[in-house]
Design a protein around this ligand. Sequence first.
Ligand code: FAD
Length: 319
Amino acid sequence: MCELLQCGEFEKTMLARTVLLQMANSKKMEAFVRGNGWAVRSAARFVAGETAEAAIVPVRALNDQGITATLDLLGESVTNEQEVAEVLDTYLHLFEIISQEKLNANVSIKLTALGLDLDPELCKRNMLRLLKAAGPEQFVRIDMESSAYTQATLDLFYGLWNGPDKFRNVGAVIQSYLRRSADDIEDLIKARARVRLCKGAYKEPANVAFPDKSDVDANYVRLMQRLLSDGNYPGIATHDEKMITATREYARANDIGADRFEFQMLFGIRRDLQSLLIKQGYRVRVYTPFGTHWYPYMMRRLAERPANLWFVMKNALRG
Ligand SMILES: Cc1cc2nc3c(=O)[nH]c(=O)nc-3n(C[C@H](O)[C@H](O)[C@H](O)COP(=O)(O)OP(=O)(O)OC[C@H]3O[C@@H](n4cnc5c(N)ncnc54)[C@H](O)[C@@H]3O)c2cc1C
């Protein structure tokens, strides 16, 4: 291993990222961190609270700035039907809160949290219950997980979209790092489905996903252009200023109004950019996670940008 002081910036960042990702999976570290006030204060930067009720204040603060939200219950993989039922109940409760508190928010959900691994039929039944409860005024975005779930997720999505109820309050997510995504986007455009475009967050093999960031970015721009031209109110989910500039330029050049798409970012990340886009007349939605499983989520956000560690350390010193 290189001596830390002799490392370049890149090596230091990669080292910090590896350590943070290892810490994200450590139960001992989780117990230690969760017991510390400074860590809880730091988590509040990235997570809206431990309960749906706690998330009301931060979501209202976003709404007051003209930013909409999509609420996501943080969770680890569910292992039995009881845990799945608890996730379903939390989302049903969330719809009540959104409507009672008049929050400008929708919800995002992972199908594995609704039981996809346990029983795909159970997962489908749960999605049906969720979409019926959501009604036409609420919207449910199905997050995209690793490539092991891509086909199953899209199959379930089309089952809901084309099924007897023809749900229109549901949307899909496509990841630009996947080689298959150009074809998936064309199918979703044909279906008039609502798509969130992101780069993709999982470790994938090279035969499935582009290993080079430049290819992921180039594909992102291509898919963004397809969605802006022919898609149905796409969500352009990224903090990458190059992707955001490309989106704005393409929209301007093709006379696509700022009301025909929205930018999406994560809670607590690039808040400066979120406000700037709002001031410039764009729509911004912030992915707002909440729940007790905030530790691995916070560690992954820190690993994406180890410079954020300074912010955590400042909180620790203040504590
Ligand atoms: C609203 C939303 C929903 C998402 N949904 C999914 C999903 O369903 N499935 C999925 O696989 N992935 C999802 N992602 C994650 C996404 O795939 C990327 O992993 C993540 O957004 C980082 O990619 P980026 O586009 O921001 O670009 P990157 O190239 O990773 O980052 C670009 C720049 O953004 C800034 N940035 C990025 N991360 C941070 C951070 N933690 N702290 C501070 N600055 C940062 C930095 O300035 C960085 O240089 C979602 C992301 C967003 C914003």
